[in-house]
Design a protein around this ligand. Sequence first.
Ligand code: ADP
Ligand code: DP6
Length: 322
Amino acid sequence: MTKWTRAHTNIALIKYWGKENEQLIIPKNNSLSLTLDAFYTDTQVDFDDSLSEDLLILDGVEQDTASLKKVQRVLNEVRRQAGIESKARVESINHVPTAAGLASSASGLAALAGAASYAAGLSLNKEELSKLARIGSGSACRSIFGGFAEWVKGTDHDSSFAVPVDDAKWDIGMLFIVVNDAKKEVSSREGMKRTVETSPFYEGWLQSLDADLSAIKEAIKGKSVEKVGEIAERNALKMHATTLGANPPFTYWTSESMKAMDAVRELRKRGFTAYFTMDAGPNVKVICRQSELEQIKYYLLTSFSESQLIEAKPGPGLYLLD
Ligand code: ADP
Ligand code: DP6
């Protein structure tokens, strides 16, 4: 039994940055994201007795053992739950640049959780799928859901999963400014580990999170793009500040990211509701009103090319393709 499964990327507005338990991927803090329609992964899995090892074929290319490792954590858990031993052939297509800070790990591992559990004959509910995706890559647990989702950190495998917060069927959108879609030098996994272990700013980051989380949930309830954007922008800047305090220090920003952030500030001066967030990469995401996406893109075309600007609306949760 095999079926293509689709999961969309999600972008965190309150970031997950640091693990309490690296083995199980239990985070230090709750995070909250918006799943988007523009970027996604399609994956299918085939458990096949004739295979002597697991295979991951991403965009037609067989992947190295590092990528296979994340995938195998999910496959092994599925095999354990289904009581099977067969190796698997995983075929995946990313409609998102891989490892560029555009959340391919979120859509990739969420799609895998759906496809692998289906192929093994398990019928998991969304909470179970979220836990399964989480052990592949933390942020993936939020891509099981559409709209806004919160990853409740929990304390062990069974209590750490995402829950839906709001379907986001209102006037909110996101515009991606892709300044570089090449593979980044410091992965999110390595970056957050180094920060937790060495950055003196990390404690300050953690202490500020409860306030950010409750404020953004209020803002979502009130459907206020302005407040959501303002809180998300501050939260992202705090996260990125922790990396400068790490040893050795690092940053995901480039001069092009700074240019994009300045452009967003300029948009605000011109009366648009526009805020930015950034992840483990140089690309900038503009949080804005869906109804202003076109005009914002038009303004940004003065500094960036058409191919660098990608409009996104809230997207759906995980689903099987017919
Ligand atoms: P990103 O910003 O794209 O999420 P990360 O460094 O966090 O970057 O994660 C990228 C890694 O996620 C890849 O190197 C690979 O190991 C894994 N990954 C990405 N897409 C897929 C996929 N479709 N299937 C399986 N694993 C994937
Ligand atoms: C900055 O989920 O990619 O995008 O759990 O180690 O696989 P692992 O990390 P990952 O980290 C995402 C970090 C982030 C913030 C976020 O998405 O919340």
